[in-house]
Ligand binder design. Structure first.
Ligand SMILES: *[C@@H]1O[C@H](CO)[C@@H](O)[C@H](O)[C@H]1NC(C)=O
Ligand SMILES: *[C@@H]1O[C@H](CO)[C@@H](O)[C@H](O)[C@H]1NC(C)=O
Ligand SMILES: *[C@@H]1O[C@H](CO)[C@@H](O)[C@H](O)[C@H]1NC(C)=O
Length: 206
């Protein structure tokens, strides 16, 4: 009895992530549309999206096509803290390393087989990866760099579900080498320990 109480006490201390307030705003302001909460005016289509059964066009250099369903597509998701994407992969297509600034993610494989992985934060920087197939899911913790790779010579499809109505995405390479105007060369050369030519070559890719 006594040990059970101590055990529960430890759990309460180590997992204390309760939240007693509304979620933080996602933008500077969001003026209320009174109609948007009026049950007489709101309709099923405010919560509806169709098209997740449709294959996306993966003819691009990554062999990748996300079909987003966020609050931008489905206004009824506003304040619900959830969104879903279908992602199509060409044979050997990849989602390049990226993070979502506002969400954790679960990846559910509908078709094919993919290597899905994320990297523990600094100083560990250890990749945690697994090959998963149809019916498998892998969780991607909040904010960590992650990627997916179709390991088969056939198409693959995943559903990615996020605990944000607007998960956002930061593609590492685009963010570092594709910013307009460029991040100063001095910063990039020191950061990556390569010379100007390599930096320019990378910048030309993004
Ligand atoms: C709210 O709904 C009413 C009734 O449908 C409509 O007349 C009015 O224009 C709407 N107001 C806004 C701001 O959309
Ligand atoms: C897929 O995208 C490529 C490149 O943008 C385009 O050339 C092609 O016509 C598209 N295919 C379909 C079926 O829309
Ligand atoms: C993938 O499949 C295509 C079509 O069957 C074939 O031409 C190609 O050589 C295959 N590629 C690899 C890397 O197995």
């Amino acid at each position: 009895m006594g040990s059970k109480i101590i055990f529960l006490g430890l759990i309460a201390v180590s997992c204390y992530v309760a939240s007693a307030a509304d979620p933080s705003p996602l933008q500077d302001f969001c003026v209320a549309d009174q109609n948007s909460t009026d049950p007489k005016v709101v309709e099923a289509n405010d919560f509806f999206f169709t098209g997740l059964h449709l294959r996306g066009n993966t003819s691009n250099r990554f062999g990748l096509r996300p079909t987003p369903v966020t609050v931008a597509q489905v206004p009824g998701l506003n304040t619900l803290g959830i969104s879903i994407f279908r992602v199509d992969f060409a044979p050997f297509g990849v989602t390049p390393p990226h993070t979502h600034p506002r969400a954790s993610e679960v990846v559910l494989v509908l078709k094919g087989q993919l290597e899905v992985g994320f990297v523990a934060s600094n100083p560990e920087n250890r990749p945690i990866t697994k090959v998963i197939g149809m019916g498998d899911m892998l969780a991607i913790p909040f904010g960590l760099t992650h990627f997916q790779r179709n390991i088969r010579n056939g198409t693959a499809v995943i559903l990615a579900v996020f605990n944000s109505q607007t998960p956002g995405i930061i593609l590492m390479a685009n963010s570092v080498f594709g910013s307009k105007p460029d991040i100063s060369n001095d910063v990039l050369q020191k950061a990556f320990q390569v010379d100007q030519n390599v930096i320019s070559q990378l910048q030309n890719q993004f």
